[in-house]
Design a protein around this ligand. Structure first.
Ligand code: 13P
Length: 247
């Protein structure tokens, strides 16, 4: 399976630096394409200029969220068809920052995934336990529950990517051990058998403090099919080195 490395820029980047980063990555991809698929997820204001900057490079584009409705009276929101129209093929959904900051429930994430797929996007659905859930031994139960309640029925691998992002690992510099990541990813794969049309082909990304220093070890873990990278995706050298660790 071709690994996927997605850079989640979160709420970072003005026109000049965002476009410069995208151009730099596009130049690297053209000069020496990597084996893995690479997707940039800039803030909404940069989607179109980044799409222009990466045109013809083989790099892909993704949004960071979409509304459950395609269009309508939802001030400040973005419909999935608008992301598609801006050049996206992916959208991140149910990131823990949205689950926390915007009180997004599993049901909302599922409705957003339905909207995304209807617009022709591939949904990158995020799941992951908090520090408290981990401390009380509920890591896998949390992840399984989020998958069961956040995924629409029987999506195919072309429409679904799962990202396992332990909430406590995001931006903290801490990661689970490779063994722990392997156990959770195996559990996700097993759970997908009941939830996805072709569970074996669904890419399961790890996210949370992925850096050049740990990328190679994490990429070698069974069922780790790529990464969702936050902070390190804002640095061209670091992001490229992480992608290169995925082949
Ligand atoms: P960091 O890589 O900064 O820990 O962020 C991970 C993340 O939230 C990606 O979606």
């Amino acid at each position: 399976m071709r690994k996927l490395v997605a850079g989640n820029w979160k709420m970072n980047g003005l026109m000049a630096d965002g476009v410069a980063r995208a151009r730099d990555l596009a130049a690297r991809a053209k000069a020496k394409p990597l084996a893995c698929e690479i997707v940039l997820c800039p803030p909404a204001t940069l989607l179109v200029p980044v799409a222009q900057a990466i045109a013809g490079s083989g790099l892909g584009l993704g949004g960071q969220d979409c509304h459950t409705a395609a269009a309508g009276p939802h001030t400040g929101d973005i419909g999935a068809p608008m992301l598609k129209d801006a050049g996206c093929s992916y959208v991140i959904l149910g990131h823990s920052e949205r689950r926390q900051d915007h009180k997004e429930s599993d049901a909302i994430v599922r409705a957003k995934a339905v909207a995304a797929v209807a617009a022709g996007l591939c949904a990158i659905v995020c799941v992951g336990e908090t520090a408290a859930e981990r401390a009380s031994g509920r890591t896998e139960a949390t992840v399984v529950r989020e998958l069961q309640n956040s995924l629409p029925p029987k999506l195919s691998a072309a429409a679904l990517v799962v990202a396992y992002e332990p909430v406590w690992a995001i931006g903290s510099g801490r990661t689970p051990t490779a063994q722990d990541v392997g156990s959770v990813h195996a559990r996700i794969r097993e759970t997908l058998r009941d939830l996805a049309a072709d569970a074996a082909a669904v890419r399961i990304l790890y996210g949370g403090s992925v850096k050049p220093a740990n990328a190679r070890d994490l990429a070698a873990v069974a069922n780790v099919d790529g990464f969702l990278v936050g902070g390190a995706s804002l640095n061209g050298d670091e992001f490229w080195s992480i992608a290169a660790a995925c082949g």
